[in-house]
Design a protein around this ligand. Structure first.
Ligand code: SAM
Length: 236
């Protein structure tokens, strides 16, 4: 079994990165996720890999009652500090401390490419969903994970130097406007995700390759290439 990624190490960096207004790409992609992928609030929403809690807070604003899961103690401390009444549980998403059919929505926002055991994590998500329940997913787009833009020009070519296929480790440190963040995770092909969902008995209901809401030069290249892939799956 692959090793879990230790997000405790990056907890401070991630919290600053995620909370600085306009800094992370989330600010420019979240609306399409909430508007086109996430269904209206039902009885219970579970977020897998909540980190410092920004998605939980955005779900709550839309009326969701959320149970949030993460395996990073430090990130959960930040999440709880900013939402003292919220329900945050420390757990591995591959072994959820929740009973069968206990929720009607699972959200996994940029966390499935971080978990060590994707098939077990997705099966666990399916187990805790009631029949007819949905899982809403955002991952970094498998194509954008496969290579890099050659330069920072808006019309830059995109170069895939190795392969699009197969599960591969990625690690990259980014510095912008005085903030630094090291991202680690696994890159996979689209087929790896859809085969995993098939294996858990989930049916694909919607898939989007959103473009960012920002139209300035900063995101120009991302109007030509998808940065994220979002999906909604249903448990029959
Ligand atoms: C990129 S962060 C995303 C956090 C949050 N969803 C957001 O978008 O702000 C990925 C999160 O997944 C969590 N994570 C990774 N593997 C996990 C696992 N096996 N079980 C539970 N949480 C996990 C990490 O601790 C981290 O907080």
């Amino acid at each position: 079994m692959e090793e879990e990624i230790d997000w405790d190490q990056e907890a401070e960096n991630w919290t600053k990165w995620a909370r600085t207004p306009g800094h992370d790409a989330y600010w420019y992609y979240r609306d399409r996720f909430f508007d086109e992928i996430v269904p209206p609030a039902g009885r219970c929403t579970v977020e897998l890999g909540c980190g410092e809690g920004r998605v939980v807070r955005d779900l709550q604003k839309r009326g969701h009652r959320v149970v949030a899961i993460d395996r990073s103690r430090r990130l959960l401390r930040y999440a709880k500090e900013s939402d003292p009444d919220g329900l945050y549980l420390i757990a591995n998403a591959a072994r959820l401390p929740l009973t069968d059919a206990s929720c009607d929505l699972v959200v996994a926002y940029n966390s499935l490419m971080d978990v060590a055991d994707l098939p077990t994590t997705v099966s666990e998500a399916a187990r805790i969903l009631e029949p007819g329940g949905r899982i809403c997913v955002c991952v970094t787009h498998p194509l954008s994970n496969a290579g890099n833009f050659v330069n920072s020009e808006s019309g830059s070519a995109f170069h895939i130097s190795e392969t699009y296929f197969g599960r591969r480790n990625f690690e990259g440190t980014f510095e912008r406007d005085g903030l630094t963040m090291t991202f680690r995770g696994w890159s996979m092909a689209l087929e790896d995700y859809t085969r995993t969902f098939e294996g858990a008995g989930l049916l694909l209901e919607a898939l989007r390759e959103p473009q960012p809401s920002d139209t300035t030069a900063r995101f120009a290249a991302w109007h030509r290439m998808p940065m994220f892939l979002t999906m909604r799956l249903v448990k029959p």
